[in-house]
Ligand binder design. Structure first.
Ligand SMILES: [Zn+2]
Length: 324
């Protein structure tokens, strides 16, 4: 599926296909949740289609039907395995075997590497080797929202195609058209840094209820109506990464509300009033310190640190913010 905000990238790739100037390695770089994978799949489908209509895959030919069924022999999609954080060298070795074969049905083979930044060093080296020795016509698409996390040796061998965040108007229109949203589209887009797919996912998951429950607890904590130790016991059950990112965004908005009247930079635009009210009672230095401590707690989630202790320390600090 091509989203309305991806039209330029689509046109530019199609021009290259028609001029027979499509590079064999493409790098789609852009934020999470803006639809890079859907775009890559659509382009793969187009390349494997036997007779595209109006610059899109026909959805009817043998190539399209095989692709839709997930059984086209000339496409390979590599992604971190379930429950694994990394793309391992074994997966890249398998890819090497796929690349050494000639295309069976289509004019070329197509490879998609999702979350390419999750390749470990050995996997990157293996992929570099594959890129140096392409066997037969192949189009490889690497996808990542962390271009800077990949070695320059790899990125320099690909044609980088940026996928910027959509314009607010375009994203709002698209999101509104999806229907059944639990918050205003502008609020959802603001909370997800204008990533429409993440905004939609957020609206349809239990995340929003959890967020409002946590915000209520947060306000009560600052008003000293909530026991930090008891709250830590309850909050330790939820995703710590999500929790600390949420706290960071509230604290950062509180800092912004104290320093500027411009609401364009506020993420939690549905919470401006309560955030303004509590931030008025807290000094700016305390807010900065609390923000730093929350960032440190977030960093500790990647270590073996005891999560209850980390959370207790942070919540005790937050519960005393007004007194400082
Ligand atoms: Zn087709």
């Amino acid at each position: 599926m091509i989203y309305p905000w991806q039209q330029n990238q689509w046109t530019s790739l199609l021009v290259r296909v028609k001029q027979k100037k499509l590079p064999h390695a493409l790098f789609f770089s852009g934020a999470e949740g803006i639809g890079k994978l859907d775009f890559a799949r659509e382009f793969a489908n187009y390349l494997l289609c036997n007779k595209p209509i109006d610059n899109t895959a026909c959805q009817r030919c043998n190539g399209c039907l095989l692709f839709i069924a997930g059984s086209h022999p000339d496409v390979s999609i590599v992604a971190p395995l379930e429950n694994k954080k990394q793309i391992g060298v074994d997966q890249i070795r398998e890819l090497g075997v796929f690349l050494s074969l000639t295309a069976q049905k289509a004019k070329q083979k197509v490879v998609i590497v999702e979350q390419a930044d999750r390749m470990n060093n050995n996997a990157v080296n293996g992929l570099l080797k594959n890129l140096e020795e392409p066997s037969g016509p192949t189009v490889m698409m690497l996808l990542s929202h962390r271009l800077q996390a990949l070695p320059a040796t790899l990125v320099s061998r690909c044609q980088v195609m940026p996928f910027p965040q959509p314009e607010l108007k375009v994203a709002t229109q698209w999101l509104s058209a999806q229907g059944n949203l639990e918050l205003e589209p502008e609020v959802l887009l603001s909370l997800t840094h204008r990533a429409p797919l993440n905004a939609l996912k957020m609206s349809r998951s239990s995340d929003l209820t959890a967020r409002s429950d946590r915000f209520r607890d947060f306000v009560a904590l600052i008003e000293q109506q909530n026991d930090p130790i008891k709250l830590a016991v309850s909050w330790v059950k939820c995703s710590q990464v999500q929790l600390f990112i949420g706290l960071q965004s509230w604290l950062s908005d509180m800092i912004k509300l104290k320093t500027t009247a411009d609401l364009r930079f506020i993420s939690n635009i549905d919470l401006v009033d309560p955030l303004q009210k509590i931030s008025a009672k807290i000094g700016i230095q305390t807010l900065f310190k609390s923000y730093d401590l929350t960032s440190e707690s977030l960093r500790l989630t990647e270590t073996q640190a005891n999560s209850v202790l980390v959370l207790e320390t942070l919540l005790i600090h937050l519960s005393c913010m007004r007194a400082r």
